[in-house]
Design a protein around this ligand. Structure first.
Ligand SMILES: [Cu+2]
Length: 120
């Protein structure tokens, strides 16, 4: 019985920090002057700390319409030390999109952000 408890505790110790270190991302998008074009600011953090050295692209897709859209990934540019990055997205239509962040640095990661884009 004692052995079981010890093993369980060790498992938590191994997986706990790894989950806390996952990259977190939020998107704040506002419509630009052009139709279906949005200025998006992404905030990246890890363990509550801003991530300032990220390199990533953003690819919008519509989970509800498989194969319907094929938008080229857009490179995000560093904005400021709050972990903010900026990318301009040109969509095909309004509705519920999934923004796929393909992160290549400082470590490979993928973050999906669900976001609804409405008419101006
Ligand atoms: Cu669509």
């Amino acid at each position: 019985m004692l052995k079981t408890i010890v093993t369980f505790g060790a498992l938590i110790a191994v997986t706990g920090p790894a989950l806390a270190d996952r990259l977190q991302a939020e998107a704040d998008c506002s419509p630009s002057d052009a139709d279906l074009t949005y200025e998006c600011v992404f905030h990246l953090s890890r363990g509550g700390e801003p991530v300032e050295d990220a390199v990533f692209t953003v690819k919008p897709d519509m989970p509800s319409m498989p194969m319907a859209h094929n938008i080229e990934p857009v490179a995000a540019s560093f904005e400021d030390s709050t972990g903010a990055y900026r990318a301009k997205l040109k969509l095909d239509m309004h509705g519920q999109w999934a923004l796929r962040l393909d992160v290549s640095a400082p470590a490979r990661d993928v973050v999906i952000i669900d976001k609804e884009f409405l008419p101006h």
